[in-house]
Design a protein around this ligand. Structure first.
Ligand code: DGL
Length: 272
C-alpha cells in the first residue's frame, strides 16, 4: 500500500532545514511539507507551556494540509512538546532527541569504560533535562554533562559561521565543558551542525560530534513501510513545499545557508 501524502516537518525557524536536507537525500520518493515558525522563533528561550502550545498549533496547521507523519525537527520542541504532540496527532510523530541519544549510546557502547556524553543545546532544551533522561533510559551508567550555548543560534542566523569572532565565542561558550572528560558531544540544537567545524577545532578532533539529522533519517526509515505507508515509487520526487509564519524573503535568505538551491523554492506565508 502506498500513500502519496507528504511528511510534515517543522522547526521554530530555519534550523530544521539541516534535518530536512538529510531526509530529502535519504528518501528521494517522499514529499515533505516544511513549516518554519519564523514569527515566533526562538523557541529556545521560552517556557515549556509556550513551546508546547506553539508546537501543537504548528502540527494542527500541517495536519489540515494532509500530512501522513510528523518530524519535529527542533530540539526545543522535541524536548518540551513531544508528549503533547503525540497526544494530539493522529499520525506518527518522530522527534530528534530519541534518535540523537540512540546514536550517541551506540557510539559509546563500543568503549571499554562507561560512556561520558556532553550535550549542548538551547537554554530551554538543557533546562528540560530531556537528553540526560533519555540517555539514562538507554544506559543508566552514562555520565552526562549538559551545557546551554545561547549565543550559537543568533550567530548562525546571521550567517556567522567563519567570522573571526565565532571561534572566540565558541571557545568561551564551551570553556566549562572542555574541562570534562567526554567520549561524544551531542549537538542538541538544529543550528549547531553548521558550527561543527569550529566546535570540533575547539573541543579537539578526537571527540565524536553527534548530529541528530542523520540519526533522524535513519529512524524514519524504520517508520516508512511499518507505520507510515511509503510514497508511490516514481512519484513527485524531491517535492518539498515550505510554509512560514512571517517574512518569507528573510527565510529564504537565511535558509540558503542550510540548503543549496533554497533561493529557488516557493515559500508560502500562513497564519496559525
Ligand atoms: N530549532 C531550535 C532547536 O533546535 C533552535 C532555535 C530556537 O531557539 O528556536 O532547539
Amino acid at each position: 500500500m502506498f500513500d502519496p501524502r507528504p511528511i510534515g516537518i517543522f522547526d521554530s525557524g530555519v534550523g530544521g532545514l539541516t534535518v530536512l536536507d538529510a531526509l530529502v537525500r535519504r528518501f528521494p520518493d517522499e514529499g515533505f511539507l516544511y513549516l518554519g515558525d519564523t514569527a515566533r522563533v526562538p523557541y529556545g528561550t521560552k517556557s515549556a507551556r509556550t513551546v508546547e502550545r506553539y508546537s501543537v498549533q504548528v502540527a494542527e496547521c500541517l495536519l489540515r494540509r494532509g500530512i501522513k507523519g510528523l518530524v519535529v525537527a527542533c530540539n526545543t520542541a522535541s524536548a518540551l512538546g513531544l508528549g503533547a504532540l503525540r497526544a494530539h496527532c493522529p499520525t506518527p510523530v518522530l522527534g530528534v532527541i530519541g534518535p540523537g541519544c540512540r546514536k550517541a549510546a551506540s557510539i559509546i557502547a563500543t568503549l571499554p569504560h562507561p560512556g561520558r556524553v556532553g550535550v549542548i543545546g538551547t537554554r530551554s532544551t538543557v533546562a528540560s533535562g530531556a537528553y540526560p533522561d533519555h540517555l539514562a533510559d538507554l544506559d543508566p551508567r552514562i555520565q552526562v554533562y549538559s551545557h546551554p550555548c545561547p549565543m550559537f543560534v543568533p550567530m548562525v542566523e546571521e550567517g556567522w559561521l567563519d567570522h573571526p569572532s565565532v571561534r572566540l565565542i565558541v571557545e568561551e561558550s564551551l570553556a566549562e565543558l572542555r574541562l570534562k572528560p567526554m567520549d561524544a558531544l551531542i549537538l542538541g540544537c538544529t543550528h549547531y551542525p553548521l558550527l561543527a567545524p569550529v566546535i570540533s577545532e575547539v573541543m579537539g578532533p578526537e571527540l565524536t560530534l553527534v548530529d541528530s539529522s542523520s540519526a533522524v533519517a535513519e529512524e524514519l526509515s524504520h517508520y516508512i513501510g511499518n507505520v507510515i505507508a511509503p510514497a508511490p515509487p516514481g512519484g513527485e520526487a524531491h517535492h518539498v513545499a515550505f510554509l512560514v509564519t512571517d517574512v518569507a524573503d528573510r527565510f529564504k535568505e537565511t535558509a540558503t545557508r542550510f540548503i543549496a538551491g533554497m533561493d529557488e523554492a516557493i515559500v508560502e506565508m500562513v497564519d496559525l
